[in-house]
Design a protein around this ligand. Structure first.
Ligand SMILES: [Mg+2]
Length: 258
């Protein structure tokens, strides 16, 4: 019997690494750095054990980071394809855009450059008018404007998200903790993963097995495409999708039943 190759599509931040204050275990191992080279994100022992288990599996990042920020991640290492900027870019192992993706991207990126700049300006207006402690900017990846990133305290982000969402109805509003992102339709993790799955299957003679790893609600569409999905504890998905009505007391009662 031929062994089926296994590919894992992995979100990075808050799935396989996170900032120090979010780590619930010690000791920590450095995973990613800031531009000055200072450690910014870490693996917990559980994440390291999981990465150890995944040795022999081809890891493909599916991240909100742009390529520059992905290069600041030193662990895990990636030797195959990579998906950056919430799915806007699909890159080969050489970090160049896949030619098949470039065709799709070129038309979309030209159409969305204007609306992204306008959305960022609108966010700035709200921030100034409400005196919010937030920072908004258009993120570029390989020179392509890919999404609007707004960062700051979660409560203020939630307030802004509510006001800006009606103005961004053609795209997706990604909101998790200290990050808010206005994603154009071409920044779509599931579409990028689907594209790569087709690319992978073209080159293989046996059917591959896919594992997805992600923590955010916006990861769900790409996790659904995989044979198995891994969701970290205390993640946004667990908090929303697996929440028990009535909280822990109710969970205890359910436990008594069976
Ligand atoms: Mg994440």
């Amino acid at each position: 019997m031929t062994t089926q190759p296994i590919f894992a599509f992995v979100d990075l931040d808050d799935s396989l690494l996170q900032t120090r204050e979010k780590c619930r275990q010690e000791p920590l191992v450095e995973a990613a750095y800031d531009r000055a080279g200072a450690p910014l994100s870490f693996h917990t022992p559980a994440q390291l054990a999981l990465l150890d288990l995944l040795r022999g599996v081809t890891l493909i990042p599916v991240t909100g980071r742009n390529l520059r920020a992905l290069r600041q991640v030193r662990s895990p290492r990636f030797a195959s394809y990579r998906i950056t900027s919430h799915g806007a870019l699909v890159l080969g192992p050489d970090e160049d855009l896949l030619p098949s993706w470039r065709v799709l991207l070129d038309a979309q990126a030209a159409r969305w450059a204007g609306p992204l700049a306008e959305a960022a300006a609108l966010a700035e207006e709200f921030i100034a008018a409400e005196r919010l402690a937030l920072r908004s900017r258009v993120i570029e990846d390989l020179g392509v404007p890919v999404y609007v990133s707004i960062k700051g305290p979660p409560v203020e982000l939630a307030f802004l998200a509510e006001r800006i969402a009606p103005h961004w109805s053609t795209g997706v509003v990604h909101s998790n903790d200290k990050n808010l992102a206005l994603l154009p339709p071409f920044a779509d993790k599931a579409a990028a993963v689907r594209h790569l799955m087709a690319e992978i299957e073209r080159t293989l003679e046996v059917e591959p097995v896919y594992i997805g790893i992600g923590d955010s609600l916006t990861d769900l569409p790409f996790l659904r495409l995989c044979h198995f999905a891994l969701v970290p504890q205390h993640s946004q998905i667990q908090a929303h999708a697996w929440a028990v009505p009535g909280g822990l007391a109710e969970a205890g009662k359910l436990g008594d039943l069976g």
